[in-house]
Design a protein around this ligand. Structure first.
Ligand SMILES: [Zn+2]
Length: 109
């Protein structure tokens, strides 16, 4: 799992069995306590790549992107709204590129 150093923001890969132990940051050598509350704070958000994956999906299937974008953007959490926004941007880009490719094809004929 990913652990984020609270001193230098360095994100490291830490094996699951390290929970309950202390981990030394490879960058600034700070000791990170992996117990309880501190642990929850230190665990980096894993779903950062979910937003990226959804944006890519929206790019190729704009209709899905618009639906998912609307769902995520209507949620109260800022994090989900960001995912929704990237879905909508991906969908719009996909449509624009589709039209662009269509006109390029027309010009070539
Ligand atoms: Zn560090």
């Amino acid at each position: 799992m990913k652990i984020k150093c609270d001193k230098c923001e360095n994100v490291m890969d830490v094996p699951g069995y390290c929970i309950g132990a202390q981990v030394k940051c490879v960058k600034c050598s700070a000791l990170l306590n992996l117990n309880g509350r501190d642990f929850e704070k230190l665990v980096a958000k894993e779903d950062d790549c979910t937003g990226f994956a959804l944006a890519i999906l929206s790019f190729f299937i704009p209709l899905v992107g618009f639906i998912m974008g609307a769902i995520f953007i209507s949620k109260p959490e800022k994090h989900n709204q960001d995912i929704g926004a990237s879905c909508l941007i991906g969908a719009v880009l996909g449509i624009v590129l589709c039209f662009f490719a269509y006109f390029v094809l027309l010009c070539m004929m």
